[in-house]
Design a protein around this ligand. Sequence first.
Ligand code: KIV
Length: 283
Amino acid sequence: MVRTASLLCVGMSTDRPQVTVPALAEMKRAGARISMITAYDATFARLVDLAGIDMILVGDSLGMVVQGESNTIPVDLDEMAYHVRMVARAQPKALIVGDLPFGSYQVSVQQGVESAIRLMKEGAGAVKLEGGLHMAETIEAITSVDIPVVGHIGLTPQSYHRMGGHKVQGRNDGMEAGGRDRLLEDAFAVEQAGASAVVIEGVPRELAGEMTAKVSIPTIGIGAGPDCDGQVLVLHDVLGLSDVRLKFTKQYADLRTRAIAATAGYVSEVRSGSWPDDDHSFH
Ligand code: KIV
């Protein structure tokens, strides 16, 4: 309780309306840009919510930024369910999007529906899955049971091995996976299948702009330039908590340096015996 109250003291508004799926469509119609960021636990979900974020993505990027993996492939549905539950406990006004991890929807359409239901029961307001044309049937089935879906096309991190790494897509024409024409088809397929929004990752800005103009659902870009309807970044990159710098991310603070300095201060005081002092001791 005390900890929650202290977070609410930063003077930012908590009385904004709940962000809903229909509100996203309205934002696209009104030309209002959508902000999305990842969070994986209640503490950070509260902070980004106080900052006024529209959507919180409980992304499988947690495999890399929380679990220390080199890609998102190892993350499983139990882990995603756990983190969605943590974020949902923050009761954010932002819409929570739960990411379906690799292996939780590729086996069959039914598996996709069951996995989506699992994340919704943990508190997600929508689920995200990777893939365009070849995932259309799965998106349609999930939306048919009233679970909003956010698509994800372009550089799809779960295709790490096919792409040969995290590589920019859509630079070449063609209908093969990752080709420019195929990506346009992917965007249409996701829209036609009933998705409420689509993340476009790692494609030339011109292509992302073209997709944004051609589809009726909001596009949320990452490494896709400024012409999308919204933007998403990984929280640890924004806060400067990770030690990698990527061209398409922006560090808005350097919490890594501050966290190391703060901890070093604590280590030094423990070693010198100056912590704890009498003011922080019980009598
Ligand atoms: O898992 C994730 O964080 C994502 C974003 C990079 C879009 O999918």
